[in-house]
Design a protein around this ligand. Sequence first.
Ligand code: HEC
Length: 146
Amino acid sequence: MVVFSAWPQPKTDMSTWQQILATTLLVVFALSARADPEKNYLLHCSGCHLPNGIGDPPNAPSLRDTIGKIVATPEGRDYIIRVPGSSQTPMSDEQLANVLNWVLTEFNSDTLPTDFAPLNAKEVAKSRSKVLADPQKYRARYWPDY
Ligand code: HEC
């Protein structure tokens, strides 16, 4: 095809330094994405709960203020990990712990108990293995008031 041979050819001969730079940028990008709970929230949760956490009731509940009260008990800590949106997310236990801690401190600072101990990967691993089959019924039973 004579016509196409006249097109500018992609430059494929990157210098070693360009290759090192490109690789470094990729690694830095991957690490920063992994370390950033806000990015993971936006990527994995905000589709239903919206970027500011207000949700879209009754389709998806708000994650503002209410769950700060819920995590005051061990059952509540367990619950917010077990809901399908949390437990089934394609994130590691540590990433999910960080996202939930971020949601709690970012959207629930007024209601979060002052002695709240952040969730950790071990606690998340244990709770997320018990996915809630009927989260709405469970919630209505234990936290009917908020
Ligand atoms: C596909 C939509 C969807 C996505 C994505 C989603 N959720 Fe949810 N979430 C829901 C729905 C719907 C409920 C209500 C319980 C149920 O039916 O599962 C809920 C409930 C919750 C609750 C309990 C709130 C309450 O007041 O009882 C928490 C906490 C929660 N989600 C966190 C998350 C987190 C964190 C993520 C991201 C890792 C996430 N969700 C992703 C739809 C979603």
